[in-house]
Design a protein. Structure first.
Length: 155
């Protein structure tokens, strides 16, 4: 028997996307710096020049199909803003609360109000601690509604 390493699906998909871009295979012996250099070389291509050849156009279609598959498989990627339904802003009382993803490494996950001139902003952890009872009530209410809908559908 030979030793083997199980590869996570996202890594395999990333390799397939790189292959579709025409990238050189990144050897397993490559250092992190070398792997990054090879990945950057594949991504920074002249797209117009690439797709204006028969081979490039073919690989562009392959890339598009693989990208669509990857996006369908991992659709829960972080959205910049996600609404927080059912809970009103504690400052302006409008239902415009959003969960804002970190913009850069090290930034906090925030809860913000999208109402113009409101300016409410709080870190996610502080907001959860402060509003845990409201969140719990909302979660229980959603479960109750789902249960009632299942009963209604079963009739």
């Amino acid at each position: 028997m030979t030793k083997s390493i199980l590869m996570p699906d996202p890594w395999i998909a990333a390799d397939q996307l790189m292959e579709a871009l025409g990238a050189r295979v990144i050897p397993s012996s490559a250092s992190i710096d070398e792997a990054i250099r090879l990945a950057h070389a594949a991504v920074f291509i002249d797209v117009d020049e690439w797709v204006n050849t028969i081979e490039g156009a073919t690989w562009a279609v392959v890339l598009l199909r693989r990208m669509n598959t990857a996006l369908r498989r991992w659709q829960d990627s972080e959205a910049q803003l996600r609404p927080i339904p059912g809970i009103r802003c504690p400052t302006c009382n409008e239902p415009h609360l959003m969960r804002r993803a970190p913009e850069q490494f090290g930034d906090d996950l925030l809860v913000i109000c999208r109402t113009p001139d409101c300016g409410f902003s709080l870190t996610w952890d502080a907001w959860v601690k402060l509003y845990a009872p409201a969140i719990e009530w909302f979660a229980n209410d959603m479960k109750r509604r789902e249960k009632a809908a299942r009963k209604e559908k079963a009739k």
